[in-house]
Ligand binder design. Sequence first.
Ligand code: UD1
Length: 428
Amino acid sequence: MGELVIRGQNRLSGKINIQGSKNSALPIIAAALLTDEAVVIDNCPAISDVFHMQKIISRLGAECIFKDGTMTISAGRLSSAPDFEYCRQFRASSLFMGVLLSRTGCFVMPYPGGCHIGSRPVNFHIDGLRKTGAQIEETGDEIIGYCGGLTGGEYVFPYPSVGALENIIMGAVCAKGKTVLKNCAMEPEIVDLCCFLTRMGAKIYGAGGKTIEIEGVEKLHGCRYTVPGDRIAAGTYMAACAIAGGNICIGGIKPRRLDAVTNILRKTGCHVFTDDKTDEIIVLSDGRRKPVAYIRTGPYPEFPTDMQAQIMAAAAYFSGSCRIWDSVFENRYMTAYELKAMGADITVDTDGVTVRGLPGLAGGRVKAHDLRGGAALVIAALGADYTVVEQCRYIERGYEDIQRDLEQLGADIRWRHAGDGTEESEFL
Ligand code: UD1
């Protein structure tokens, strides 16, 4: 683990290929346990969340090899109890509820952990699994589930939760009957999971829409699947270009998945060109950033909450004021305080933040407190004089190597590892 040292004000240029999607890879790795045959997952991102997932499935009894971006998983016999310590550190551990009910008929696990971005209950996961045939008890610090085979059923999500939908789909694919899910999340990562499960033999209809129907099948089989590019990593670099100015091309990304981000960046004065045939996005920015008065995050296809901190970083440089409200997670504004420490003019209140843009920031020594907030500090630093971002282990949860990518685009950014003898003055 180290810190990133960034000297800003270099314009960006060049091309990068984007890593595989974190939020697609994690449920797909969990879903690979639904068969005892071998599953091969290509373009799997080498990020710490994936390594963590690998540890959990290995402890559950699966054989898992991850080499050169390809993960091979064979899940013969499985335990019903994932490692408590690993689960407590990790939100995506909740994804094993549906899988283990389907494969072993029961599970016992703690409440999942993860980045501190607001309250993250699992009540929809539990209610939905109950509606599809599971018995679930909560003991205060454990969740225990069992069933004599899931039956299927109907569940209407009170809110379109991504993780809860993924969990319930994974439980339903081998249920004895049909499952109908309404008010579903429509995120592209749901589509990716369903494509993967369909390749394993599942029968799923309507993925990407509000209603999904699943006909349970007796058995799933092994398959090979390529994880699509990460829309949030791509969006982070698009926002980086808006801050630093320049001309960049991002390859390996389906542009339509970023329409909400593209629309906002165009309003700021960036030129964004997309090519659905080659899966490329080109961003041109002259570094003059017009203000966007109001940005609200919401479920897909609205502006993603996972891009809220990065757009706040960009708004710190707008030529006017911007109001930002995160309607998905109520407490996702911690990055505002770190941006203020870099010189940004931001007011945080109970309903969001108001950012009054400035022509430049001084930078300083700041800390990442969560994954996307950490990435936001790094891209904010591209327009500032000199910045050190500490606690980059949070960033490593979701970005293979943000330093590698931004350096390839021309940024002056270096890793500094604790005790490597490099003095701060070397970079001044
Ligand atoms: C996933 C993503 C995360 C993204 C989020 C929203 C992964 C691994 N993570 O997280 O990066 O920020 O979607 O796009 O894919 N809720 C409940 N009860 C529940 C479940 C959710 O009240 O049982 C609420 C949450 O508190 C939140 C909202 O629903 O306010 C959306 O959460 P959800 O979509 O479930 O997020 P995650 O799946 O955890």
